[in-house]
Design a protein around this ligand. Structure first.
Ligand SMILES: Nc1ncnc2c1ncn2[C@@H]1O[C@H](COP(=O)(O)OP(=O)(O)OP(=O)(O)O)[C@@H](O)[C@H]1O
Length: 353
């Protein structure tokens, strides 16, 4: 497995407080499910992928190109690695930001072996010139290399080994239609249900040899924004608490870790709450555009759109309208604000939040 340009900086935007240290990445790697059977949840996507791979194997051809869409930490990279494992072919890892010139992509494509899986993380951030080369490569397993410069330049076709692109994106909507059309299958990964996350945490605790109380597992699952990556990291923080305070990994240890890392009872972190707070206190509940919201909380618009918004929409705290994002009554209640038009009038915190 090789990872050209996989420099960590090119990964998907992460929730606030998620520090991508080498230790965290190694920890993640150790917990990655290696087969569909070990992969928890996403039942529909798993069975769709399984069918696609089996059909390709029976026809002895490279599987169709696969696009995996969804917020960070839901298992896109893990699924790409499982696809490689199931097909028995090697996988090459790269990312959109690492493909800034057609030459970057040409050198990757020309060295692929037959059947190889090419995983392109954050594929929507691929540069336009590389993207155009990718269209042809995905369609015809061929690229045109330009030789020479100016009037004397000629294009020389280069045949490629059949391969499968597995693209991952947190922003499927940003993918140009010609690129999207070249994927035979698009999977939309959903946030995980609490009972699925309980399985993720229990599995991780088992792999780490940690004895974690049942109630503690349940609480970690509930507070993890529907995201396995966050669940595993929270488990690690609980392990830290248990270690430092020489206590069992129980409910009290979870509550301690959640308090230290500023995660509230719905699993919202500091950035989630800052966005809600801005929406209600600064913009009277909206509607307001995502860019304005992002500037107000001092965050990249991409992070707010790819990381914060999907979860707040899923929890019913904000709604998307044609004119922008609005805070729902549940958001007012969660932050302790009176709704406009309610007896107090205006957006006044009920309890000084
Ligand atoms: N379905 C799952 N079952 C068990 N563990 C999972 C599952 N999905 C993800 N994980 C765990 O969460 C971690 C993060 O998953 P992964 O890196 O695949 O997410 P991703 O969607 O590719 O994120 P990004 O968009 O940030 O690249 C993995 O290391 C793995 O341990």
């Amino acid at each position: 497995m090789t990872a050209p340009g996989d420099d960590g900086a090119s990964r998907a935007p992460q929730p606030a407080g998620v520090v991508e240290s080498a230790a965290e990445l190694a920890f993640e790697g150790a917990l990655r499910p290696a087969s569909f059977a070990e992969f928890v949840g996403q039942q529909k996507v798993r069975s769709q992928l399984d069918l696609l791979l089996r059909a390709a194997a029976l026809q002895q051809r490279a599987p169709d190109h696969i696009l995996l869409a969804g917020p960070p930490g839901l298992g896109k990279t893990t699924l790409a690695l499982i696809v490689a494992e199931e097909t028995g072919h090697p996988i090459r890892l790269t990312s959109g930001p690492a493909l800034q010139h057609a030459g970057d992509l040409a050198s990757v494509l020309s060295s692929l072996v037959p059947g190889e899986i090419l995983f392109i993380d954050e594929i929507h951030r691929t540069a336009r010139t590389a993207e155009e080369m990718l269209y042809l490569a995905m369609e015809d397993f061929r690229i045109d290399i330009m030789v020479g410069k100016g009037a004397g330049a000629t294009s020389v076709p280069l045949e490629l080994a059949p391969f499968t692109v597995v693209g991952a994106t947190t922003r499927a909507g940003l993918l140009p239609t010609p690129l999207r059309d070249r994927f035979g299958f698009t999977a939309h990964l959903e946030f995980y249900a609490d009972d699925e996350l309980e399985k993720v945490v229990a599995r991780a605790a088992g792999l780490l040899g940690l004895d974690v109380e049942r109630a503690a597992i349940r609480e970690i699952a509930k507070r993890s924004r529907g995201t396995p990556r966050i669940a595993n990291r929270l488990l690690r923080r609980v392990r830290d608490v248990a270690l430092v305070h020489d206590t069992p990994a129980d409910l009290a240890a979870v509550q301690h870790a959640l308090h230290v890392y500023d995660v509230d009872e719905l699993g919202l972190d500091r950035l989630d709450r800052a966005v809600l707070e801005a929406l209600i206190a600064r913009f009277e509940g909206g509607p307001v555009g995502i860019r304005t919201l992002a500037v107000t909380v001092g965050e990249e618009a991409e992070t707010v759109e790819a990381v914060v918004e999907p979860f707040l929409v899923r929890t019913g705290l904000i709604a998307r309208t044609q004119r922008g994002r609005i805070a729902t009554p549940a958001a007012y209640a969660h932050l302790g604000y009176a709704r406009p038009g309610a007896a107090t009038g205006g957006n006044v915190p009920l309890d000084g939040v």
